[in-house]
Design a protein around this ligand. Structure first.
Ligand SMILES: [Zn+2]
Length: 320
């Protein structure tokens, strides 16, 4: 761990004063599909010693984050969820915990790919039950309009809109959402308030507890993405369950993406180059960033790690 900096922030979840810096997150030239000419200050990665949350500080304020998401084109994440391994994990998990939900809500549904997958696969063969009604919450107007055209009822732009309705859901999904929200306590309280007693909340996000993120820490590609501002640990999941009167039923590390052998090899090589560049003294930081930015143009983001690891987590909470 880095030494104390003398400017420890308040934890955005529990408001605790006892956080410590894990390290400076590499600066980045991107926010989702937007590219900046000048690198933004990515802040530090912090660990709250009270509730266990890993979080970024400083970072974009919540309203600015929502505004930036709402401006993203619908192509940013469209089609991505259907090609991912975690969809298979969610499918198996739902068949165990929630085989016949009546009302499902996907918070951050984007264009509705996950809900459509569940409708056509997970709940397709079950002829003994009514098909579940599909609801989504989505801040991007373009994506919400697209989802609506696929038969998904858009219940609002944020989870706060859900609370204005008297609907209660048997199943709420938070897939790739947790990491975008720093007030995780408020998020979970809002979710549990719109769920039925006995209903399930399924959360899929990056796992701060994984060996991958514990090795790379602030240099993890996942943590370095500027739109990612909060990272889940087992300790924080236990804390959230207790705070929102839910039971944590499952906390399981999963692999997010399928990679071919050649992609794994390229990822390993890029990772070694990245490690070498980050081992250079800070005095040549500017040159280092320039080289990494050139590498970024080869593929994706500026930070490269050896991926294909179990670096995500699937958690299941039940309302009591
Ligand atoms: Zn905390």
């Amino acid at each position: 761990m880095s030494p104390k900096l003398g400017l420890e922030p308040l934890c955005p979840a529990c408001s605790g004063v006892n956080s410590q810096s894990i390290g400076k997150i590499p600066d980045n030239y991107h926010f989702c599909a937007q590219r900046f000419d000048v690198a933004t200050n990515s802040g530090h990665l912090w660990e709250c010693l009270e509730c266990g949350l890993w979080y970024r500080y400083p970072c974009f304020p919540p309203k600015q984050l929502i505004d930036m998401y709402s401006q993203q084109p619908e192509s940013v994440w469209s089609g991505e969820k259907g090609a991912r391994l975690d969809i298979l994990e969610i499918d198996a998990c739902l068949k165990t915990y929630a085989p016949s939900p009546r009302l499902i809500c996907d918070i951050g549904c984007f264009t509705g790919d996950l809900l459509i997958y569940l409708r056509d696969h997970t709940y397709h063969d079950n002829d003994n039950i009514c098909k579940p009604q599909l609801f989504g919450v989505e801040p991007s107007e373009a994506a919400a309009k697209y989802a609506h055209g696929r038969g998904i009822e858009i219940a609002g732009a944020t989870v706060l809109d859900l609370r204005r309705s008297d609907r209660r859901f048997d199943l709420v999904l938070l897939v790739d959402v947790f990491e975008h929200t720093q007030d995780t306590k408020e998020l979970f309280r809002n979710c549990s308030s719109v769920m039925t007693s006995g209903g399930y909340l399924v959360v899929v996000t990056g796992a701060a507890d994984s060996g991958f993120n514990r090795f790379w820490k602030h240099n993890s590609y996942y943590i370095a993405m500027p739109e990612h501002v909060a990272f889940l640990t087992q300790k924080h999941a236990d804390w959230l369950a207790q705070d929102s009167t839910m039971i944590l039923k499952e906390f399981r590390l999963i692999r997010r993406n399928h990679m071919t052998d050649s992609a794994k090899l390229k990822s390993l090589l890029r990772s070694l180059i990245f490690l070498a560049l980050y081992s250079l003294p800070d005095g040549i930081q500017t040159n280092r960033m320039r080289i990494i930015e050139r590498l970024r143009k080869l593929r994706g983001r500026g930070v490269e790690n050896w991926r294909n690891q179990e670096d995500h987590v699937l958690t299941v909470f039940q309302v009591v």
